[in-house]
Design a protein around this ligand. Structure first.
Ligand code: PEP
Ligand code: MG
Length: 752
């Protein structure tokens, strides 16, 4: 077997010199294949790069017919080159023509060559092309040769990914340029238009220096970084602040084992021995792992990939000599696969201008928080985290779901125009702010707003809402690092009440669980968190939590009316048990002669379908009921509100939901109880029109929706709409949206 002349390190050094030359991309590639062929004692070396439609085009060759360059194109999956790209792994054959996937291309003149080694040119899990060597003699390439070719391919991938090969016109294919503008369409979950720069929630570290000057120095750097990484993971595990137990501790323990894994460390060292810097070695080993996971479908690895990616990122930061990333730009658009509401709140404090997620659904809490914070959010954009690079310009339209990455100037102009139009609409809506929400036939509709943080409170005046119909108290708990103390809670509620300036506020007690997890405390992972230990269930199992919160609310509401709303009530007994806790706190305040509210009203959220059948009974115990349509519909349709794959399977304007709400309204009216609705559907003018048609007179929504809904209300006749909605019952459409929209258009009802 002929030895590789000069070894991979010398090859890499030469490669770096060639890449730094001022020559054209084609000249550099031509030199490169010559160099590789000579270094590996191969008669042929070829570079195939991906073209539009996934075809692989011969870009440079040493040994094959030069006229085949830019003429030979392998279709996706065609030939051995296609196989390397498909499997994203090396193919090493001593007799290539015998392989069933071998595709003969006479124009290349490859007849005499029997042995074949092809490796993918891959970066960040994406295959950019294939690098091959061939020899006449039938021989199997040894492990070192495969390694060396992979290392070269990695360097090449970096060059391709940075667009360095596209400097000559005939090779310039816009579709291939990694820095080309890209447009995506997802779903808009929070309105607003923003232009800014990309901040990746989990950034891929960009490795600028790939080829090592001195491998010993790199090995030393790696060892130092590994030991500081291990120390920081140990510290994380020991940290009493995190209070890790059960499953979460196991997860971190597993993480620690990965950090100590000898196999991983050895692979990193091996990669350095081939001539890479420590950073490039981490990247290379991580790339291999990603591909192994993608190919082998190894479930265990797949689940752990997230941890390993995280570890690799940390290791890169240790190599970098620091833990922190760069400064947070003022116009940051955060891009993530998924994000929890607490993480968004954290970003919000840093002044994020928009959010783009691969996952999300309209009623997921991150969407609700985004709307509350007025941060445009677009979700369901597959692959955006791999395509976007930190610092890229990006334009986001949270209404249409349009995203433009690296937008050309015309798109930026169009977005400017959209921004102006949005501002005009805002101005139009502001005009109705001080007008009453009264229908054409004189019916007053109470339009309340949903809130959860102090930053929401100024919206009460700006939006002209009649009060706060749902104050999600858990949000305040989610943004802190520790459980707020009684005095802090009291002070916070007092500030909220003062900010409301005598308008009513409905404080919902802690609705934790589901996707609302506190960053502190003990949380066991549950199979079905939406059906799990959440809201009032936690309150009844941990009564101190509810009692403290009620104590704070009572103290903050001294001399006024306090409205408390209990979330996720399933039956009357549960409500009564929680109400008894409220009563005990009232009694305690009385005995201790503390100031008390003038009146304390306790309501139940109707979110669990079972409670619908107990409405007359619950209205004897509860002072009011508020329909939480987000959860109620998720349970009625058996559709997980946080799962974007199914969240759109039903429409809130399905005949079943309208029939259901009508029955709730009738039943509440017969029992003489106060009823409202505070789910997301209340804030959409068309849905709100249907709800009014069904008899609802109090709706609570995001403050930004008050204006549009009020415009709808003022253009509506309740008698006409209820007659129309009445006629719709019994229909079997998947959604009544079109019929309702046609009705609105015909009657001149403003639904936009
Ligand atoms: C609801 O479920 O409709 C609701 C208002 O509560 P949340 O969205 O906070 O679960
Ligand atoms: Mg709910």
């Amino acid at each position: 077997m002929p030895p590789a002349a000069g070894g991979p390190r010398i090859l890499l050094r030469r490669l770096r010199e060639i890449m730094a030359e001022q020559a054209s991309a084609q000249t550099r590639l031509d030199k490169l294949v010559m160099l590789i062929a000579a270094n590996m004692v191969a008669e042929v070396c070829s570079i195939y790069l991906r073209r539009a439609g996934n075809a692989l085009e011969l870009f440079a060759t040493e040994g094959l017919n030069p006229s085949a360059v830019h003429n030979t194109r392998m279709r996706a999956g065609e030939g051995l080159v296609g196989l390397v790209a498909d499997t994203a792994g090396p193919i090493n054959l001593s007799n290539a023509p015998e392989h069933p996937r071998f595709a003969y291309r006479p124009e290349t003149g490859e007849d005499p060559y029997r042995s074949f080694l092809g490796v993918p040119i891959v970066r960040g899990g994406q295959v950019y092309g294939v690098l091959t060597v061939q020899n006449r003699a039938a021989r199997q390439y040894d492990e070192e040769e495969v390694e060396a070719l992979q290392t070269v391919a990695m360097v090449l991938a970096e060059v391709v990914a940075h667009g360095a090969l596209f400097d000559i016109a005939e090779l310039d294919e816009p579709e291939l340029r990694p820095d080309r503008p890209r447009a995506f369409r997802g779903e808009g979950f929070s309105e607003g238009v923003a232009v800014g720069q990309v901040v990746l929630h989990e950034p891929r570290v960009r490795v600028d220096r790939l080829i090592a000057d001195d491998p010993q120095t790199e090995l030393k750097r790696l060892d130092e970084a590994l030991s500081s990484l291990r120390a920081s993971v140990d510290e994380m595990l020991e940290s009493s602040e995190l209070d890790l137990t059960g499953e979460s501790r196991e997860v971190i323990e597993a993480y620690r084992l990965f950090a100590q894994d000898q196999g991983w460390q050895q692979r990193l060292r091996d990669a350095i021995h081939t001539g890479l810097t420590a950073e490039a070695a981490v990247e290379r080993v991580q790339d291999e792992l990603r591909l192994r996971v993608a190919r082998a479908g190894d479930l265990y690895l797949r689940e752990r990939l997230h941890d390993l990616e995280d570890l690799a990122r940390r290791l890169q930061r240790h190599l970098d000599g620091g833990e922190g990333g760069g400064a947070f730009p003022r116009d940051a658009v955060v891009i993530a696969r998924a994000l929890g509401p607490a993480e968004l709140l954290d970003y919000g404090r840093n002044g994020v201008v928009a959010l783009v997620l691969e996952d999300a659904a309209t009623t997921s809490h991150v969407s609700i928080v985004a709307r509350a914070m007025r941060i445009p959010l677009v979700g369901n954009i597959e692959g955006i985290t791999d395509t976007a690079r930190a610092g890229d310009a990006i334009a986001v339209d949270g209404e249409t779901g349009e995203i433009h990455l690296r937008p050309p100037p015309e798109i930026l102009d169009a977005f400017e125009m959209r921004r102006t139009l949005v501002a005009q609409r805002v101005a139009q809506i502001a005009k109705v702010r001080d007008l009453p929400a009264v229908t054409r036939d004189g019916v007053h509709i109470r339009l309340m707003m949903n809130a959860g943080l102090m930053i929401d409170m100024p919206h009460l005046v700006e939006s002209g809402a009649d009060g706060v119909g749902l104050f999600r108290t858990e949000l305040q708990f989610m943004i802190g690092q520790t459980m707020p103390r009684l005095a802090d809670q009291t002070a916070f509620y007092r500030r909220v009440i003062d900010a409301a300036d005598n308008k009513p506020i409905v404080f919902r007690t802690l609705d934790l669980g589901g996707d609302k997890i506190l960053p502190y405390g003990r949380w066991e992972r549950e199979e079905n968190p939406a059906l799990g230990w959440r809201a009032i269930r936690i309150a009844l199992d941990r009564p101190a939590l509810l009692r403290y919160q009620v104590r704070a609310l009572l103290a903050a509401s001294a001399g006024r009316t306090l409205r408390i709303l209990l979330p996720m009530v399933s039956d009357v007994a549960e409500f009564n048990a929680a109400r008894a806790l409220v009563d005990r706190e009232l009694e305690r305040a009385r005995l201790m002669a503390q100031p008390q509210p003038r009146q304390t009203l306790v309501g139940a959220m109707l979110e669990v379908p079972a409670l619908m059948f107990m409405l007359p009974q619950i209205l004897r115990s509860a002072d009011f009921v508020s329909i939480g349509s987000n959860d109620l519909l998720q349970f009625v349709f058996a559709v997980d509100r946080t799962n974007p794959r199914v969240a759109k399977r039903y429409d809130a304007l399905n005949p079943a939901s309208l029939t259901l709400i009508r029955q709730i309204v009738q039943s509440a009216a017969e029992a003489g109880g106060e009823l409202s609705l505070c789910g997301e559907m209340a804030g959409r003018p068309l849905e709100a029109m249907a709800l009014i048609g069904l008899g609802l007179r109090t709706l609570s929504m995001q403050p930004a929706n008050i204006g549009p809904v009020k415009m709808m209300v003022r253009s509506l006749d309740t008698r006409e709409v209820s007659q129309f909605v009445e006629k719709l019952s019994g229909r079997t459409d998947h959604s009544l949206r079109t019929r309702l929209a046609a009705f609105a258009a015909e009657r001149g009802i403003v639904i936009r």
